[in-house]
Ligand binder design. Sequence first.
Ligand SMILES: [Zn+2]
Length: 387
Amino acid sequence: MLEPTIQLLWNLVATDSVNPALVPGGAGEENIARLIAAEMRSIGMQVELTEVAPHRPNVIGVMEGEAPGRSLMFCGHMDTVGVGGMAAPFTPLAREGRLYGRGSQDMKGGVAAMLGAARQLASSGGLPAGKLIVAAVADEEHASLGAQEVAMRWRADGAVVTEPTHLEIALAHRGFSWVEVRTRGIAAHGSKPLEGRDAIFRMGRVLARLEKLGRELQAMPPHAIQGTASLHASLISGGQELSSYPENCLLQFERRTTSAEPDGVALREIHDILRTLKEEDEEFEGSAELILERSAFEIPSEHALPKLLRAAVTRVGRVPREGGVTYWTDAAILARAGIPTVIFGPGGAGLHSREEFVYVEDVLACRDVLVELAREFCAGKVTLHAS
Ligand SMILES: [Zn+2]
C-alpha cells in the first residue's frame, strides 16, 4: 500500500490531462479536476469549480482557520504536455524512490504535495488561523488561462507555486515575448531581376540585426538570479516556389526578458530595427507584432514569505537553498496581480521528455514544508514587507 499523498500522486498521474490547446484532442483538465475536487471535499474544504474554457475547469479549495490571520495560496497546474514517444504515460510506476509517468514532475508531484499538506492540516486539528486557498489551475502549458482567472478573482497575502525546484526556494525567473515579423517583396518570374524583390533576403537583414542584438543582450551585466536577456529565431517560412521571387517571409522569434526590462521591450527593439532598415533602403518593407508577452518574476529574499519558507524548510530538517528557475511559471501572473509569490516544489527529471519522474521523498518533504509554512504564515505574526 502506498503512503496516502503518494497514492494521490499515483492517481493524478494515472489521469490523462494533456493540454488540448497543445495537442488537439487532448483529454484536458475535466477528469483530473473532478478527482481533485473529490479529494478537497474529503479533506473538508469548500470547493469551487470554474470553467476557464469549455470543459476546462480550475478547482479551488478553501480551508478557513480557527482565528483571523493571513491568507496563503498554494497553486499548481493540472495540465501536462503531450506524451509523444512514451510507452505507458498514464501507467504510473513506483521504483527506487521515484514515481514515473507523464506529469509526475511537471507538476502532479507539486499538486499532490499541496493537497497532502491541506489534508495533514485538517487531520491535525485544522488550520490554527487565517485561510488556506488551494488552487489547481488549467492550461499552464499553453496560455495560463487558469492562473489568469485565479489572479482576477482571488486575493491572498502570499502564494507558493509548487512547480519542480528540487526543494530549492525559487525567487525569480525571466519573462518572455513572442514576436512575429513579416517582410514583403514583389513576386516575379525568377528570370526578371529588375521586376522581382526578394522578401527572404529582406528578412535576412532583419535576422542579422536580431542576431547582433542577441549577442549584445547576453553581453550585458546579468541579473543576480535571472541572468541575461536573450533571443532566438524560432520559426521561419516564406516564398512560393523555386522559380519565383518570394513575395512574403514570416519569422517568429522569442525574446527572454529580465525584471530590469520594461514591458514591451521586444516589440520596441524590432520596430527600431525595421525603422533603421527602412532608412537604409526605402524599398524595404517589414512589420512586426506581438503574439504573447509574459512578465518576469522576482521576490526579494528578505520578504516575509521566503523568510518563513526558509524557516519551514529548516524545521523539517533540511538546509534551505535559494535560487531561480530557468523556465517561466504562473508565479509571474500571481505576482503581477499583487500576490507575493515563491516557487517551491519537489525534484525529479525529464519534464516534457519521454521519461519523466519525481522523487517520492521530495514530494513528502515538500508537503511537510507546506504544512509548516501554512501554520506560521497564516498566523500572521511577522510583518509582510521587508522594510
Ligand atoms: Zn509546469
